[in-house]
Design a protein around this ligand. Structure first.
Ligand code: NDP
Ligand code: GDR
Length: 342
């Protein structure tokens, strides 16, 4: 198809990358994904859309790493995508305190490598770049709610690296006329969320407790407040950002904020359990510096992109609990089966 659009997604094996790949395939794109070589496949989130390489696929995976700029540029010049979505990152805030330099390399230098590759491609054809910026950049917030003009005040190596990537994205737009955009996304979760992020940690543990597989859940700061949405809604927003008539930066958020404690209550209540009977605080999950409150103002995205988050926290909790309960029940069944046959 001569007019078929193509896109490259870094971080395609992650939560957002997998939903974005599905969305772009539905829209008729030819989708390329960057995957890291590992001793295991690590493609669980995209296995259901994987296509046989020998059957004219619309999804193609390429080995690469954001820290290898030369290989990234070679790939981009080879596949010549119309759009690049840079979602790859060491994305765990707590872990970034343990691995600050590596986090900067993937999040900061990685984004710069993507921009450089796009700048080379731009000499041949127009390309649009989406940078996965984060509400973590607001850190110890200087203004509430946070908008596109709220100053950044990062509180972790991860957030500092994202601030660097944000400014480089604006810099490439202004210096080279690159169609480069930041989506400043507030927390978004799903049944595909990594299991060490707090929402999924809670839904996995609560459902395993319900199924008799676990007794306790250890957590850190329950008072932190986040603006939590559903990842599926947010990848639609990413796509809209790149379809806009001009390159710009947008906040994507729900406009509501809730504490970790409130999310706990919602999840355990759906399972007819009292969270206070199961949750204990373990200081190892505290962070050297904490972001206490995030609340986004998504007005600009609503006005210019027609985008709004359509899933509230109760519904998000319901979706995640339903998914994880089935997982826990399967796990419990497998255990009984093994015990029974021993
Ligand atoms: P995940 O942690 O689920 O996915 C991260 C992806 O990045 C994975 O595919 C991972 O590959 C890949 N990756 C990690 N390091 C490298 C590297 N060196 N080279 C290439 N790929 C790499 O993150 P999410 O899907 O939740 O988030 C997507 C992006 O959006 C991230 O940049 C994140 O920082 C940002 N963000 C996320 C928000 C959220 O609430 N989810 C909010 C705001 C921003 P592998 O599978 O091999 O580990
Ligand atoms: P966050 O997400 O740091 O906001 O970054 P996370 O779910 O890790 O933490 C949210 C809040 O919950 C508190 N918390 C705990 N967090 C974890 N992970 N584990 C615990 O046991 C625990 N107990 C309490 C945290 O202290 C924090 O306040 C996510 C990532 O997806 C980033 O990549 C993204 O940029 C931001 O969201 C927006």
């Amino acid at each position: 198809m001569a007019d078929q659009k193509s896109a490259l997604i870094t971080g395609i094996t992650g939560q957002d990358g997998s939903y974005l790949a599905e969305l772009l395939l539905e829209k008729g794109y030819l989708v390329h994904g960057l995957v890291r070589r590992s001793s295991t496949f690590g493609t669980e989130r995209i296995d259901h859309i994987y296509q046989d390489l020998h059957a004219n696929p619309t999804l193609m995976l390429h080995y690469g790493d954001l820290t290898d700029g030369q290989a990234l540029t070679n790939l981009v010049l080879d596949i010549k995508p119309d759009e690049i979505y840079n979602l790859g990152a060491q994305s765990h805030v707590r872990v970034s305190f343990d691995q600050p330099v590596y986090t900067l390399q993937t999040v900061g230098v990685g984004a710069l490598n993507v921009l450089e590759a796009a700048r080379q491609l731009q000499k041949i054809k127009e390309v649009r770049v989406y940078q996965a910026s984060s509400s973590e950049m607001y850190g110890d917030v200087l203004q509430t709610p946070q908008t596109e003009t709220t100053p950044f005040n990062p509180q972790s190596p991860y957030a500092c690296a994202k601030v660097y990537a944000f400014h480089q994205t604006v810099n490439y737009r202004e210096s080279y006329g690159l169609f480069a955009c930041n989506g400043i996304l507030f927390n978004h979760e799903s049944e595909r969320r990594g299991e060490t992020f707090v929402t999924r940690k809670i839904t996995r543990a609560a459902t395993r407790i319900k199924a008799g597989l676990q007794k306790k859940l250890y957590l850190g700061n329950l008072d932190a407040k986040r603006d939590w949405g559903y990842a599926k809604d947010y990848v639609e927003g990413m796509w809209r950002i790149l379809q806009h008539s001009e390159p710009d930066d947008f906040v994507l958020a729900t406009g509501e904020t809730q504490s970790v404690r409130e999310f706990l209550r919602l999840v355990f209540e759906q399972l007819e359990l009292n969270w206070e009977d199961y949750v204990e605080i373990d200081p190892r999950y505290f962070r050297p510096a904490e972001v206490e409150l995030l609340l986004g103002d998504p007005s600009k995205a609503k006005e210019k992109l027609g985008w709004t988050a359509s899933t509230d926290l109760r519904e998000l909790a319901r979706i995640m609990v339903e998914h994880d309960l089935e997982l826990a029940q399967r796990e419990a069944h497998a255990k009984t089966f093994v015990a029974g046959s021993a």
